[in-house]
Design a protein around this ligand. Structure first.
Ligand SMILES: Cc1cc2nc3c(=O)[nH]c(=O)nc-3n(C[C@H](O)[C@H](O)[C@H](O)COP(=O)(O)O)c2cc1C
Length: 206
C-alpha cells in the first residue's frame, strides 16, 4: 500500500511493480537478430536501451525468455534501428504475438509486413526508413537483473540518414524537419518536434 511522506509526493513500495505507476521518457528502437534457422531474422521493439558511455558501446535490456536474447547470445551480433514517429505502428507490429505449435517453430507473422534491408558489417537486417542504424557485436552481458538481462555490444558500424545529421547552429531545425520518436513508458508515445537549446552552465565541459 502507498504511504504519503509529504503532501506532494507519495512513497511507493519498491517490492511491488512501480514503473507503471508514472510516465518516463525513453527511446524506442528495433533490435534485429538472426534466428536459429540461419535464414530468417527477428525484429523486436525495445525501449530500455542506451549508449553505454561515450565510446562505442550500446546496451539493451531484454528478458532471456525472448527470442531476441537467445539469438543475440547465440550469434553474438545484433542490429539497432531507430524508427521515426511515422513508423510507430511498424515498431509495434514487431511485438505482435508468435503463432505455431507450443513444441514446434513459432513465427511472428507480423514481421512479414516490415520492410527491411541488410546490415553491412554484421549478419543482420534493419527496419527500412529509420534514421539511425547501429551494427553491434555482443561484448558482454549482465544476467539475473530480476527476470531481465543487460546485453552490451560494441558498435561496429553506424549509418545515419543524411537529413538527420546535426548541422552546426541549426540543430533545432534538424529536429523540426525530422521529428524524433519518444516512447513514454508504459503506454504512450510522442513525436518530438519543438525543442530548445539546453541551458548549459557557463564553462561546462562534459
Ligand atoms: C513499445 C514496446 C517496448 C518494449 N520494450 C522492451 C524492452 O525494453 N525490453 C524487453 O525485453 N522487451 C520489450 N518489449 C517487449 C518485446 O520486445 C516484445 O514482446 C517482443 O515481441 C519480444 O519478442 P522476441 O521473442 O521476438 O524477442 C517492448 C514491447 C513494446 C511494444
Amino acid at each position: 500500500m502507498d504511504s504519503s511522506t509529504e503532501t506532494d509526493t507519495v512513497q511507493l513500495d519498491p517490492e511491488q511493480p512501480f514503473w507503471e505507476r508514472f510516465y518516463m521518457v525513453a527511446p524506442l528502437v528495433i533490435i534485429g537478430t538472426r534466428n536459429d534457422d540461419q535464414e530468417t531474422y527477428n525484429l523486436a521493439p525495445k525501449h530500455m536501451v542506451a549508449p553505454m558511455g561515450w565510446d562505442n558501446y550500446f546496451g539493451f535490456v531484454c528478458t532471456p525468455k525472448h527470442k531476441t536474447y537467445r539469438n543475440a547470445v547465440r550469434h553474438g551480433v545484433y542490429t539497432v534501428s531507430y524508427p521515426k514517429p511515422s513508423q510507430v505502428v511498424l515498431a509495434s507490429l514487431a511485438a505482435a504475438p508468435r503463432v505455431g505449435p507450443p513444441d514446434g517453430p513459432r513465427r511472428k507473422p507480423s514481421l512479414d509486413q516490415l520492410p527491411t534491408f541488410p546490415a553491412t558489417e554484421v549478419d543482420g537486417i534493419f527496419l527500412e526508413d529509420g534514421y539511425l542504424f547501429l551494427e553491434c557485436e555482443l561484448d558482454r552481458r549482465v544476467d539475473d537483473l530480476g527476470e531481465n538481462s543487460l546485453l552490451i555490444g560494441t558498435v561496429q558500424a553506424v549509418h545515419v540518414e543524411k537529413k538527420a545529421l546535426r548541422v552546426s547552429e541549426q540543430e533545432g531545425d534538424v529536429i523540426r524537419d525530422n521529428p524524433l520518436l519518444a516512447y513514454l513508458s508504459p503506454d504512450r508515445y510522442a513525436a518530438i518536434k519543438d525543442t530548445n537549446a539546453f541551458p548549459f552552465p557557463a564553462g561546462f565541459e562534459k
